[in-house]
Write a protein that binds this ligand. Structure first.
Ligand SMILES: Cc1cc2nc3c(=O)[nH]c(=O)nc-3n(C[C@H](O)[C@H](O)[C@H](O)COP(=O)(O)OP(=O)(O)OC[C@H]3O[C@@H](n4cnc5c(N)ncnc54)[C@H](O)[C@@H]3O)c2cc1C
Ligand SMILES: *[C@@H]1O[C@H](CO)[C@@H](O)[C@H](O)[C@H]1NC(C)=O
Ligand SMILES: *[C@@H]1O[C@H](CO)[C@@H](O)[C@H](O)[C@H]1NC(C)=O
Ligand SMILES: *[C@@H]1O[C@H](CO)[C@@H](O)[C@H](O)[C@H]1NC(C)=O
Ligand SMILES: *[C@@H]1O[C@H](CO)[C@@H](O)[C@H](O)[C@H]1NC(C)=O
Ligand SMILES: *[C@@H]1O[C@H](CO)[C@@H](O)[C@H](O)[C@H]1NC(C)=O
Ligand SMILES: *[C@@H]1O[C@H](CO)[C@@H](O)[C@H](O)[C@H]1NC(C)=O
Ligand SMILES: *[C@@H]1O[C@H](CO)[C@@H](O)[C@H](O)[C@H]1NC(C)=O
Length: 480
């Protein structure tokens, strides 16, 4: 009895102490930030409030950043003030847009300040010039209708919920890249708030060195407050073909895919996942063709010959492509708040044998085979993005419930094993991974490419010498 009473007291004391230290940190932050002369609309919030939850809710809650306070930012001037106050007072911060980043390096931020850019959500189409200018609170989904209604289309990522600028600064891959290139290839200019709290206009003509760096390593060099892109005239409807193949067809399917002519007009996504209804793996695939149904089905003959158990062909206008293609799962995939431990691997060449070996070994394996003609048409040295010759982006996705951490260690072991197998036949000498798909456990060279790193480190030293932008697959200030 005496012991249990003592233990109860002890645990109460410990709980109070940890609450007290968290509260101190929040109190300190709030007191420093209250010195900012914020514009109407900028909101300072503390954990426990709805404003704070809205400012910090994320897609992936695996090893997430942790915040003692949040500032939802309503103007570029307020962002400058926030960066200056933070650096002057040694406050660790992370600026977020769509909050769809998932590297485990975000977890290195503890008791930090969230700079929520989502209120900066302007979308402006200049129809005469054929350009789009957006703020950092704008998602891919936000631009689709305004761009389409003005008679244009643009290369985007696949999901509507991801921030357009957040995806851009890593490179930006997606279905239309075969025709228009990466999202960075459509970027004309941007405004960047640096670690020193300066705003720089960047383009091929102004601050060209920083413009080069933000096209592949942007999360490490500054905060973009706006970005202007080149639009392209609409070319007509797309054909979306959803297919399901039984796992027994795996060899036939992947051999057919390996030999398929993925010309500029095709965007192919194949996913191997576990289907509880049949208690086994299944192959589901989304084929999108820039052109009409008749032509698409004719070209698709080698894949259709494999014998899908399900087929659904739909004609889709550009602005509905994300919502409808791939079994209309966009809304479901976009949902916040789950654990995802994701490992990316880029492939230069497709090898049927490798694909088959990965089958059934993780929660799901996604192969994004986006055509890359327009991607390789841009010279490698033009941007920091290092993997223009990638033909397939693989994602190993491990998902488990927040209450069952026993799955974590076996999942990590499995992921590393499957990843090693994929690297062997990837066509690259070592692991190559799109930085926005990185797990966070990779070496610098594996994400940024050895040949790009000396120049990236120089930029880091010039624009962020004390490394305040350090939570997203961080860059060094020196590299040799
Ligand atoms: C469901 C889903 C689908 C995806 N599909 C694609 C796809 O099709 N193509 C593709 O290329 N990628 C895709 N991605 C990956 C995506 O590009 C990255 O997760 C990206 O980092 C998300 O940006 P965000 O702003 O939404 O995330 P956040 O978590 O808000 O930000 C991620 C990182 O970018 C930084 N950042 C965000 N905004 C800015 C800014 N304005 N200025 C400077 N730094 C900034 C943040 O500081 C942080 O370090 C997908 C991700 C998910 C979860
Ligand atoms: C806020 O405004 C006051 C009065 O104009 C000024 O003295 C102070 O320096 C400003 N604070 C910041 C952080 O800009
Ligand atoms: C994600 O969370 C935010 C904040 O709670 C919410 O506003 C938003 O609608 C959510 N998005 C999705 C796709 O669930
Ligand atoms: C700044 O804060 C970090 C922890 O976030 C701490 O390790 C470091 O010593 C601090 N630096 C100064 C100069 O106070
Ligand atoms: C994959 O294909 C091979 C060769 O046809 C077959 O032996 C194997 O059973 C298939 N795998 C599954 C899970 O059906
Ligand atoms: C692939 O398809 C494109 C477009 O239809 C065509 O121009 C090209 O010749 C084809 N390549 C091969 C190897 O068949
Ligand atoms: C595109 O498809 C839609 C149906 O989704 C149809 O209403 C429209 O007429 C089509 N447009 C063209 C140009 O074929
Ligand atoms: C085919 O796809 C369309 C568009 O997503 C959808 O409305 C329709 O229900 C699908 N048909 C079947 C049989 O799943």
């Amino acid at each position: 009895m005496r012991y249990s009473g003592f233990l109860t007291l002890m645990s109460l004391w410990l709980a109070e102490d940890s609450q007290a230290s968290a509260a101190m940190s929040t109190t300190n932050l709030l007191s420093i930030l209250s010195r900012g002369n914020w514009s109407t609309g900028t909101v300072l919030s503390a954990p426990g409030s709805t404003d704070f939850t809205d400012a910090t809710a994320r897609w992936d809650v695996y090893r997430p950043p942790n915040y003692a306070a949040a500032l939802s930012i309503h103007s570029e001037q307020d962002l400058i003030t926030a960066v200056k106050l933070s650096t002057a007072n040694n406050i660790s911060f992370l600026a977020t847009g769509g909050r769809h980043g998932y590297s485990i390096t975000f977890g290195n931020l503890q008791n930090g300040l969230a700079l929520d850019l989502s209120p900066l959500d302007t979308v402006a189409v200049d129809a005469a010039a054929g350009t789009l200018t957006i703020g950092p609170g704008v998602t891919f989904g936000d631009v689709m209708d305004p761009v389409y209604e003005a008679g244009y289309q643009i290369q985007t990522g696949t999901c509507t919920c991801v921030e357009m600028i957040g995806a851009t600064i890593g490179g930006g891959i997606g279905r239309l890249q075969g025709t228009y290139g990466l999202v960075i290839d459509g970027l004309l200019s941007a405004r960047v708030v640096t670690a020193a709290g300066e705003v720089l206009e960047v383009s091929e003509n102004f601050n060209a060195d920083l413009f080069w760096g933000i096209r592949g390593a942007g999360a490490n060099l500054g905060i973009l407050t706006s970005a202007t892109y080149q639009l392209h005239p609409l070319t007509g409807n797309y054909t979306s073909i959803d297919l399901i193949f039984p796992a027994s067809r795996n060899v036939t399917y992947f051999t057919a895919l390996e030999n398929f002519n993925t010309s500029a007009h095709w965007a192919i996504e194949t996913e191997i996942l576990y289907n509880a209804d049949i208690n086994g793996p299944e192959i589901i695939a989304s084929y999108v063709y820039e052109g009409d149904q008749e032509e698409a089905l004719k070209l698709l003959a080698p894949i259709l010959d494999v014998g899908p158990s399900f087929i659904n062909v739909t004609e889709v206008p550009w602005n509905e492509l994300s919502a409808i293609a791939a079994f209309a799962t966009d809304a479901e995939v976009c949902e916040n708040g789950s654990i995802y431990d994701i490992y990316g691997v880029n492939l230069r060449t497709l090898t049927a044998a490798t694909w088959i070996e990965t089958e059934g070994q993780s929660s799901s394996v996604v192969f994004e085979s986006w055509a890359n003609e327009a991607v390789v048409a841009v010279a490698d040295e033009k941007t920091a993005y290092p993997w223009r010759d990638t033909t397939t982006y693989v994602m190993l996705q491990f998902v488990w419930s927040t209450s069952d951490s026993s799955v974590e260690a076996p999942s990590i072991a499995m992921a590393q094993k499957v990843r090693d197998t994929l690297i062997e036949t990837s066509g690259y000498d070592d692991l190559a991974v799109y930085v926005n798909y990185a797990n966070g456990d990779e070496a610098l060279e594996e994400m940024y490419g050895a040949r790009k790193l000396p120049r990236l480190a120089e930029l880091k030293k010039k624009y962020d010498p004390s490394n305040v932008f350090r939570y997203s697959n961080p860059l060094p200030t020196a590299y040799s």
